[in-house]
Design a protein around this ligand. Structure first.
Ligand code: GYE
Length: 340
C-alpha cells in the first residue's frame, strides 16, 4: 500500500471508529487491506500503455515488463489501449476499481484527462505519467512525469538535417530544399513537440520549404500509405521527416517502389526519430540518413520513482531523459552497443 492510500485508510479507520463509538457498537470490521490488497507484500502497478504501434513502443513495454516483476516486489498489469485514448480512460477506471497501488499512464494524446485523473486522486492512487505528457491546469492530478523533450528533438532534427545534407555534399543554405513530414498520432506530445520544434527552428533556413505534413499515426503501414500519396502529389521531394522510425521504414518502401532512391547516396534524405535498432540497420543498409534518439527504457526510471515514494521521499515532478543524434556514417560502429 502506498503512502497516500495509507493516510486515507487511516483517516477512514479513525472516522469509522468515531461513528462506531458513537453508536455504541464494537462489532464493525475496521481492518484495512494489506499491502497491494492481496496481503502478498507486492506493490500493485497498473500500466496503461498506448499500444503496440512501433519498435519504440515494444521496447518500452518490454522495459516495463522486465522491471515490474514479482522478484522485484511488484504485481504488474498492463492494458494495451490500441492507440485509443478512450480505451485508456476505461483502463484507468478499471485500475481504480481494482484498487492498485500506482497507476502508470503513457497517454496516447494530451487532452481530456482531468476527470479520470481526478477520480484516481479521489481514490488516493498516485498516477505516474511516462513518455508523452497530458494537458492540464491541475498539477496535483499526477505525482511525477518522466519522458523525452520532444520539442528539443524537433530542434535537433533541424540540425540533423543540415548535417545530413552536408554529409552528402549538399549545402543546407543554398537552393530550395523541399520537405514533407510524416507526423505521429495527432494530438500526442511526441507529434506536437517534434512538429512544432522542427517548424520553429527551420526558420533559420529560409530556403527550406515544407511542402506538406500528414499523420501516419506512428505505424509503418500508414507511413507508407502517406508517403505513396506524397510521391504522387510532389514529384521532387528532397527530404522526408518521419516523426518515428517505423513511419520512415514505410516511407523508404514507398520511395523504392516508386523507383526513387534515398539515404546518404540517394536523392531523398530521410530524417527520423527514435533511433531503434532497426533504424541503425536501415542506416547501415544505406536507406536512412539520420535518426534523432528517443529513449524508451522507462521501466527502471518509474521503479526508481515508486521506490522513493514508498520511502516517503520527494521525487522530481518532471524528469527529462538525455538523448543523442545518430548519423548513417557512424551506424555500423554503434549498432552493437544499442539496447533497443
Ligand atoms: O517516438 C513512437 C511511438 O511517444 C516517444 O511513440 C513515443 C513515440 C515514439 O509510437 O515510435
Amino acid at each position: 500500500m502506498n503512502r497516500f492510500k495509507k493516510i486515507i485508510s487511516l483517516m477512514l479507520i479513525l472516522a469509522l471508529g468515531i461513528v462506531l463509538g458513537a453508536c455504541g457498537s464494537g462489532s464493525g470490521d475496521t481492518s484495512s487491506k494489506g499491502s497491494s490488497g492481496g496481503g502478498d507484500g507486492l506493490i500493485y502497478v497498473g500500466f496503461v500503455q498506448v499500444g503496440a504501434e512501433s519498435d519504440w513502443r515494444m521496447a518500452n513495454t518490454k522495459s516495463m515488463q522486465d522491471t515490474f516483476t514479482e522478484e522485484n516486489g511488484f504485481k504488474f498489469e498492463m492494458v494495451d489501449a490500441q492507440q485509443k485514448t478512450d480505451k485508456q480512460i476505461t483502463a484507468i477506471r478499471d485500475f481504480i476499481q481494482k484498487d492498485v497501488d500506482y497507476i502508470v499512464l503513457a497517454p496516447n494524446t494530451e487532452a481530456g484527462w482531468d476527470t479520470v485523473l481526478g477520480e484516481a486522486k479521489e481514490a488516493g492512487i498516485p498516477v505516474i505519467i511516462v513518455d508523452r505528457m497530458i494537458q492540464t491546469n491541475d498539477d496535483s492530478l499526477f505525482t511525477a512525469w518522466v519522458g523525452s523533450n520532444f520539442k528539443q528533438e524537433g530542434y535537433d532534427a533541424v540540425d540533423a538535417l543540415a548535417k545530413a545534407l552536408e554529409n552528402k555534399g549538399i549545402s543546407p543554405t543554398e537552393g530550395e530544399i523541399k520537405i514533407v513530414t510524416l507526423q505521429g498520432t495527432m494530438g500526442s506530445s511526441a507529434q506536437i513537440g517534434r512538429t512544432d520544434g522542427f517548424e520553429e527552428k527551420m526558420k533559420e533556413y529560409p530556403n527550406w520549404k515544407m511542402l506538406d505534413r500528414q499523420s501516419g499515426d506512428f505505424t509503418q503501414e500508414k507511413g507508407q500509405e502517406v508517403m505513396e500519396s506524397f510521391l504522387k502529389s510532389y514529384p521532387d521531394i528532397d527530404v522526408v521527416i518521419a516523426e518515428n522510425d517505423n513511419m520512415a521504414f514505410g516511407a523508404i518502401n514507398a520511395i523504392k517502389t516508386a523507383g526513387k532512391t534515398c539515404g546518404p547516396e540517394g536523392d531523398i534524405t530521410i530524417v527520423s526519430f527514435d533511433a531503434v535498432k532497426a533504424a541503425f540497420e536501415s542506416m547501415i543498409a544505406g536507406d536512412m540518413d539520420v535518426s534523432v534518439e528517443c529513449n524508451p527504457l522507462h521501466g527502471p526510471r518509474v521503479k526508481g520513482l515508486i521506490e522513493k515514494l514508498e520511502a516517503g521521499e520527494d521525487v522530481d515532478k518532471i524528469a527529462y531523459v538525455e538523448e543523442e543524434v545518430f548519423y548513417a556514417k557512424d551506424a555500423a560502429d554503434i549498432i552493437e552497443s544499442r539496447e533497443y
